[in-house]
Every structure is written in structure tokens, then in C-alpha cells.
Design a protein around this ligand. Structure first.
Ligand code: XIL
Length: 333
């Protein structure tokens, strides 16, 4: 049987997942599954600033290095995630920015990371989750972000230029969530995302792509092929490459019956993947994990699943057995 990576490759696409170095080195059966099924990896946490610079003045690339080494050993590509994000501080950085907004606090992370991993990165998420239209300001930009507060909108352009200067070969991406579904909030996000991209393009910022995170929530919001396809079409109209970067299916409001739930999850996953791949600008599809053994959704403090179950939003179950979602993705690829 062909692996998801092989099937994707036959369609000219990369398939991959988010991983942690801890799981890769301490869970051999998981590591074997990852190396077999995927052609690109991304660090779930270890290349973010909260990991790389947990303390001021300390730069620690060890986690990302371990993932990069695993990928290199297995002939997989690597995504970088994420250089500029409003979430996960770290606190010392927010404090410095509030005291004195020195632009080096923005660019040092970008420059160091891009130089450190130069030659190894397929694509960088340069800026992540930068719009929040619910805040109601600045064309939907996330104005509460410490980056916006310190530098205003210009931080976006600065970030892309800094990344290009330090790694001219990596594709430079902006990624965001909440843009996939038929829902008024998602519609506002789509409008805001397109606006930011339009402005960045006008400024001549070196942005190469948009990453659709793809955290679907189909048991509360509806997935509509035409709405999603049109959004991808509009993104592609800016000359951008596209990737699905963090796919999973939130299932806590789905049917309690596992067989039924798995079937519904697989159906929406298949439809989502089909529309994603139908756009000629789509170059990769990554899930936010590969197996339900390790899913970030399980760590949400207040999330509860039917009958005390666990999330089933990824292609393989907690025993590393393929689920219907795996078959649905394989069919779509
Ligand atoms: C999440 C990780 O899965 C968690 O382990 C971490 O603590 C917080 O971040 N959008 C993103 C990802 O861009 O970086 C987030 O990952 C999930 C939502």
C-alpha cells in the first residue's frame, strides 16, 4: 500500500505533520510511522520563540535541531514555524516591548532562526495569526498583539524583509486559522486576511505563500466547498503559493458513537482535502500531528469528549492504526 507521502507526491504535493523531538526520540513506533508516511515535518512547538528564547539572552535551537536532523536522516523536508506570533509571549519579551519598542526585538529572532536553519527550510511561517476582526480595528488586524502595539502594522513588512535577507531560498508564508468554514466569523477573517495580503503585496513585501491552518470544527460550523474554493482562488490571485499547514478535526461535539464519528470526520476531511488540492497553487498538506496518541486538542483544559473519550481528529488512532480519515486523505491525494 502506498503511503500518504507517496500518494501526495504523485499529485506533486508534500504531505507532513507537526512533531515534537521528544516523541520522535522516545516513541520508536511513532517515529517509524512518521518517517514512513510523511515527506515534510514541522515543529509543533520547538521552533517558536517561547522555546528558542525562553529566557532573555538565551538562544536554544536544540529541539528544532533534533527535528531537523530526523527529517534530514529520512529525506524529509522541513517547515519553520513560527517566527512572529502574538501567542505564548514569552513574558520577558512582552515586557521589554512595552518598556521600549526596539525593532531588534522583532528582527533578532527572525535573523537568527533563518540563518541557523538556512538551507534546511522549505518554508517559514514568518507571521502567524495576525488578524482578529473581532477586535474591530485596523482592517481586522490583531491590534492587541504585542507586535502591533509596539510597531503598528509595519511589523509585518519588516518581518518578511528580515526573513528574506537571512534565508533567500525559503518560501515565506503568512498563516492563519478560522478561514475555512461557512460562518460569519470565518467570512470576516477571510476578508481581513485578503486585505493584509493585498497591502503587503502593494508594499513589495517578500511574501510567497499563505498557510491555511485547517483546524476544522465541523460539528459546530459547516464546511462549504464553494466558499473555501473561492477563498483559495482569491489567495492564488495574489500570486501566492498555498499550503494546508495544521489540519485536524475538532470532534468533541460529534456523535458519541466512535464508528459514526470517525465516518463523519473522514467525510469532511476528504472534502476539505479535495478542494484544497483542486487549487493549482496548493503545494503541501500538513496535519497538526499524525496520530490521536498525540493531539494538542487533548490538552485543552476545559475540552471534554463524549463518554470520557479522547479526540479522534488525526489520520491514525492512538494505537497507530489507520482510521477512515487516513483513507479519505489517501483518496483525495
Ligand atoms: C499549539 C501547539 O499544538 C501546542 O502544543 C502549543 O502549546 C501551543 O500551540 N495554531 C498554531 C500552532 O499556529 O502553533 C498552535 O500549536 C495551534 C494553533
Amino acid at each position: 500500500e502506498q503511503t500518504l507521502g507517496e500518494l501526495a507526491a504523485a499529485s506533486g504535493l508534500l504531505f507532513g505533520c507537526a512533531v515534537s523531538s521528544d516523541h520522535l526520540s522516545n516513541d520508536p513506533s511513532f517515529a517509524a510511522l512518521v518517517s514512513r508516511e510523511t515527506s515534510i515535518l514541522v515543529a509543533e512547538w520547538e521552533m517558536k520563540r517561547a522555546a528558542v528564547q525562553r529566557l532573555e539572552g538565551v538562544w536554544d535551537f536544540s529541539g528544532g535541531d533534533a527535528i531537523a536532523a530526523f527529517a534530514a536522516r529520512n529525506g524529509q523536508k522541513l517547515r519553520g514555524h513560527a517566527l512572529v506570533w502574538h501567542y505564548e509571549g514569552p513574558d520577558w519579551l512582552k515586557q521589554r516591548l512595552a518598556e521600549a519598542p526596539d525593532e531588534r526585538l522583532l528582527t533578532d529572532m527572525i535573523t537568527r532562526s533563518c540563518l541557523h536553519y538556512r538551507g534546511q527550510i522549505h518554508s517559514w511561517d514568518v507571521v502567524n495569526e495576525v488578524v482578529d476582526p473581532a477586535e474591530g480595528q485596523a482592517d481586522g488586524l490583531r491590534v492587541s498583539s504585542h507586535w502591533y502595539r509596539a510597531f503598528g502594522e509595519g511589523y509585518l513588512e519588516t518581518a518578511f524583509h528580515a526573513a528574506r535577507a537571512s534565508d533567500p531560498d525559503a518560501l515565506l508564508f503568512y498563516g492563519d486559522y478560522g478561514v475555512e468554514m461557512d460562518h460569519p466569523d470565518h467570512e470576516k477573517k477571510r476578508v481581513a486576511v485578503l486585505k493584509v495580503i493585498e497591502k503587503l503585496k502593494k508594499q513589495g513585501a517578500p511574501i510567497d505563500g499563505f498557510g491555511v491552518q485547517g483546524h476544522l470544527d465541523p460539528f459546530r460550523t459547516r464546511f462549504d466547498e464553494r466558499i473555501y474554493a473561492r477563498f483559495l482562488w482569491e489567495l492564488q490571485g495574489f500570486g501566492l503559493k498555498l499550503m494546508v499547514t495544521e489540519f485536524d478535526v475538532a470532534d468533541r461535539f460529534g456523535p458519541a458513537d466512535v464508528v459514526k464519528r470517525d465516518a463523519e470526520i473522514a467525510a469532511v476531511a476528504g472534502r476539505f482535502a479535495e478542494v484544497s488540492l483542486a487549487n493549482p497553487a496548493m503545494i503541501g498538506f500538513l496535519a497538526w500531528g499524525l496520530t490521536d496518541r498525540y493531539s494538542w486538542l487533548a490538552d485543552y483544559p476545559d475540552y471534554k469528549w463524549p463518554d470520557g473519550q479522547r479526540p479522534r481528529g488525526l489520520p491514525y488512532d492512538a494505537d497507530l492504526r489507520p482510521k477512515p480519515m487516513r483513507a479519505a486523505l489517501a483518496a483525495a491525494f
